[in-house]
Design a protein around this ligand. Structure first.
Ligand code: URA
Length: 445
């Protein structure tokens, strides 16, 4: 089929046939579709959408563009995790070792930063020596010996997604339910997990800003996983405000270590405990959620989860001493302190603007292939609900390249809103889509 006819069909709002979708995915994988035609079809999909059937075909074709890892030789139910992406979203780096310390085997292929959201792989690469590109044999060995592994998609896993992901990042085609669902699930179905816990981010700093869209995405992800025989559930979690206090790469690794030492921010710790509890349940390690949560809290309190992170870093060639001494991580040469202009209480902290400010400092990419400054990032000293006095530091902008600072300040300065009254406390988890239905924790979703 001719690429131009497929693009025209989607531009005009037609549903694509399975043959057209297969032809597109083969063209992406074997390089016969040029980037401009791929980007044109991606934009048409963003604007015109896809039916659930088209989305399932697209996922299947992308997943079959490479190999599926077989982890049957490793005993137990393997439980994967994936987030649709947020600002300060470092959950996987805490969660994988925590769940592994509870006896769960956690196969995990992660991504790089996408748009204003950070990527687990970029964060991990700030650990000196850490290798994210392991072979599938090394991946299996890590899982058998340590119980967790955080790697990049190998060349042979969903190569179509790898190519599309990089192009979507720089063509304004990330924010689309069928494209996100097919991207996430094509990898997840290939990485060897028997069960999956997904974190669908919702709000200003997420690709799904409206709760109703996040709910549709969560349903789509769960139904694709379930149809493929993988027990899948999705939490919809709030992403209006960055998660934790660190946004960037090395700064986020330092915060992950704090969480595993029991001294991390409350929002991040609570979310990690919630997701780890479900992973322990899905792995059928215990019979109730209460027992699962007790096991998770004990792995945190005993330091077992921290030791698992140390083993993970060592196993992937990184410097395990960062766990004891985070000054071994890359540090920025300069800091700009953004001050409060008035006194009161922080009423909002826009995750999208903070994410863009971090990218402006160099923590993310503007275009395909750009290098990331692993030390650049933002520390949020004041978060919603906290009191401030005029002149207090709201955020630290840490940077190496001074030519980037003004753009970052312009974005960051608009992110924090100071008012008179503390905003109402809102739980992070808005909803949970699982195999027996949907549980909503927020009205009007
Ligand atoms: N994470 C992915 O793997 N893909 C997307 O499209 C968005 C988030």
């Amino acid at each position: 089929m001719r690429a131009v006819d497929i693009i025209r069909a989607k531009r005009d709002g037609d549903a694509l046939s399975r043959e057209a979708i297969d032809s597109f995915v083969s063209g992406v994988t074997d390089g016969s579709w040029p980037d401009y035609q791929i980007a044109a079809l991606l934009m048409a999909i963003v604007l015109k959408g896809m039916t659930p059937v088209e989305t399932a075909w697209l996922t299947d074709a992308m997943s079959r563009s490479g190999e599926h890892v077989n982890l049957d030789a490793i005993p137990g139910i393997k439980v994967g995790k994936h987030s649709t992406g947020g600002v300060g979203d470092k959950v996987s780096i805490v969660l994988a070792p925590l769940a592994a310390a509870c006896g769960v085997v956690v196969p995990k292929m992660s991504g790089r930063g996408l748009g204003h959201t950070g990527g687990t792989l970029d964060k991990l690469e700030s650990i000196p020596g850490f290798r994210v590109s392991l072979s599938l044999d090394e991946y299996r060995k890590m899982l058998a010996e340590i119980g967790c592994c955080l790697i990049s998609q190998t060349e042979t896993i969903a190569p179509a997604d790898k190519a599309l992901y990089a192009l979507r990042d720089v063509t304004g085609t990330v924010e689309s339910l069928p494209l996100i669902a097919s991207s996430v699930m094509s990898k997840k179905l290939a990485e060897g997990s028997n069960a999956l816990v997904l974190d669908v981010k919702c709000g200003r700093g997420a690709f799904m800003q409206r709760p109703s869209d996040a709910r549709l995405l969560a349903r789509s992800l769960v139904s694709i996983g379930t149809a493929a025989g993988v027990r899948t559930e999705a939490f919809i979690t709030r992403m209006d405000v960055p998660l934790g206090r660190a946004v960037g790469n090395a700064v986020e690794i330092a915060e992950c270590i704090e969480v595993l030492k029991g001294a991390g921010p409350a929002d991040l710790t609570a979310l990690v405990v919630r997701l780890a509890t479900r992973m322990v349940r899905l792995a059928e390690k215990v019979a109730t959620d209460e027992e699962a949560e007790a096991r998770v809290r004990s792995a945190l309190a005993s330091g077992a989860a921290l030791e698992k992170l140390r083993a993970l870093i060592k196993g992937q060639g990184g410097d395990p001493a960062v766990v004891d001494d985070t000054s071994r991580l890359p540090a920025a040469t300069s800091v700009h302190r953004l001050k409060a202009e008035s006194s009161g209480c922080i009423t909002a902290l826009d995750a999208l603007l903070v994410g863009r400010a971090a990218v402006a400092l160099g923590a993310g990419r503007d275009k395909k292939g750009d290098a990331v400054d692993l030390a650049a990032g933002i520390m949020l000293l004041k978060k919603p609900g906290e009191a401030v006095s005029a002149g207090d530091t709201l955020m630290e902008l840490r940077y190496n390249d001074g030519s980037r600072l003004n753009a970052a300040i312009a974005l960051a300065a608009q992110a924090a809103v100071i008012g008179d009254k503390a905003p109402p406390e809102q739980g992070l988890v808005m909803g949970w889509v699982h195999d027996s239905g949907e549980t909503l924790f927020v009205a009007g979703m």
